[in-house]
Design a protein around this ligand. Structure first.
Ligand SMILES: Nc1ncnc2c1ncn2[C@@H]1O[C@H](COP(=O)(O)OP(=O)(O)O)[C@@H](O)[C@H]1O
Ligand SMILES: [Mg+2]
Length: 355
């Protein structure tokens, strides 16, 4: 395979397109490309075509597949379109980590960071090494002295996560999961302090072109059943175990005096990612946090690409993005802006934002 740099050098920089998979935040990515005057290519599964075709005004070209796992097979077609692939939260999962890593198409962002994101333990290591406060982590040998949340690998959306208050309870539940085949080995689970506070998800954009970290927005995940149980009277709520399946997102702003900490975390994350996973974070990332009543912010995971919570601000921009840009800037558009400016500056700039 030619290196990504060699491929970009064959591109006609006046005619690049943005390609993405029809899922997650694709509509926002397409709309952002449109707002920046770039062509768009949508890789879409047949069964999703009806929905996306409603928005055909955003799409210059469809590449129709039975399954997203065929994305590797359509790489040549993407290259003919001078395409830059913009990955989102479903991309690694749907394409498959190995195929994703080897996809011979220039990608916006750092693909290694997106692969790390899939490993709970590596993920927490990057945060910890960045100097960002994270929840306490317990080994299975340790006594547990406070409520914990136990996370099973690959349990997307929090299915098979559970809360516990003792080591015995944790081991008993994990052994059940191993017996049912849900979990390979109990050591694969992550046992993390359950932090009490309110969740906030900070959306950042790191621009290698402007060399700055921007705070582009904040959201709250709307999760079932943990959010639904709040509405139920206590005697009913106590009959159910909470689950954390994300079904939507809600906008939020943070007290202004806390913004310094938010910015500081973003910078720390970028700095450490450059060191551990060069070229480091590029473009969108998210720090998923709990804000405690002493106003400290604890980060329990990150996403190394666009998060679906940014969909809230499509078209309008967020209260923060307005401050940086004084125009309706939302994540999909911010991505396209970075690509457009880099392409205008020339191939050596474009290389800074692609892997
Ligand atoms: N340490 C924690 N303390 C409190 N709540 C947590 C903690 N970790 C996760 N959660 C809750 O569980 C949800 C899912 O956890 P997360 O680690 O983001 O897994 P995933 O995104 O893979 O589903 C979070 O959105 C949050 O509501
Ligand atoms: Mg999460």
């Amino acid at each position: 395979m030619d290196s990504i740099k060699d491929i970009v050098r064959t591109y006609s920089l006046k005619d690049i397109s943005i390609a993405t998979l029809a899922s997650h935040s694709a509509l926002q990515i397409l709309r952002g490309a449109r707002d920046e005057g770039l062509r768009t290519v949508l890789i879409v599964e047949k069964r999703r075509l009806e929905l996306y075709d409603e928005f055909r005004n955003l799409i210059d070209k469809y590449i129709i597949v039975e399954n997203f796992s065929e994305t590797l097979d359509v790489a040549q077609e993407l290259l003919r379109e001078n395409a830059i692939f913009v990955p989102h939260g479903s991309a690694v999962e749907y394409v498959g980590p190995e195929r994703f890593r080897s996809l011979p198409v220039p990608m916006f962002g750092n693909r290694d960071l997106m692969i790390w994101e899939g490993d709970q333990k590596l993920k927490m290591r990057l945060l910890k090494d960045s100097g960002i406060p994270v929840p306490r982590e317990y080994s299975l040998e340790e006594e547990i002295d406070r409520p914990v949340i136990v996370k099973l690998p690959g349990a997307k959306g929090g299915r098979f996560f559970f809360l516990a208050t003792s080591r015995e309870e944790v081991l008993k539940r994990l052994d059940e999961y191993v017996r049912n085949g849900v979990l390979r080995s109990r050591e694969d689970a992550l046992v993390q302090e359950y932090v009490i506070g309110v969740p906030m998800y900070f959306h950042y954009f790191y621009s290698p072109i402007f060399r700055r970290v921007e705070i582009l927005g904040i959201d709250i995940r709307y999760e079932t059943n943990i959010d639904g149980l709040r509405r139920a009277p206590p005697q009913i709520a106590s009959m159910f175990e909470p689950s954390f399946v994300v079904v939507g997102n809600i906008p939020v702003v943070i007290r202004e005096k806390m913004l310094q900490t938010v910015l500081d975390y973003g910078k720390k994350f970028v700095r450490k990612s450059i060191e551990l996973l060069p070229p480091g974070a590029i473009g969108p990332f998210c720090l998923e946090s709990i804000v405690k009543d002493d106003l400290s912010i604890i980060v329990f995971e990150f996403s190394g690409r666009i998060v679906a919570g940014t969909n809230i601000y499509v078209g309008s921009g967020s209260p923060y993005s307005w401050l940086y840009w004084n125009e309706p800037m939302y994540m999909g558009r911010r991505i396209a802006r970075e690509i457009r400016i880099a392409a205008e500056m020339g191939v050596s700039c474009l290389e800074l934002i692609l892997t």
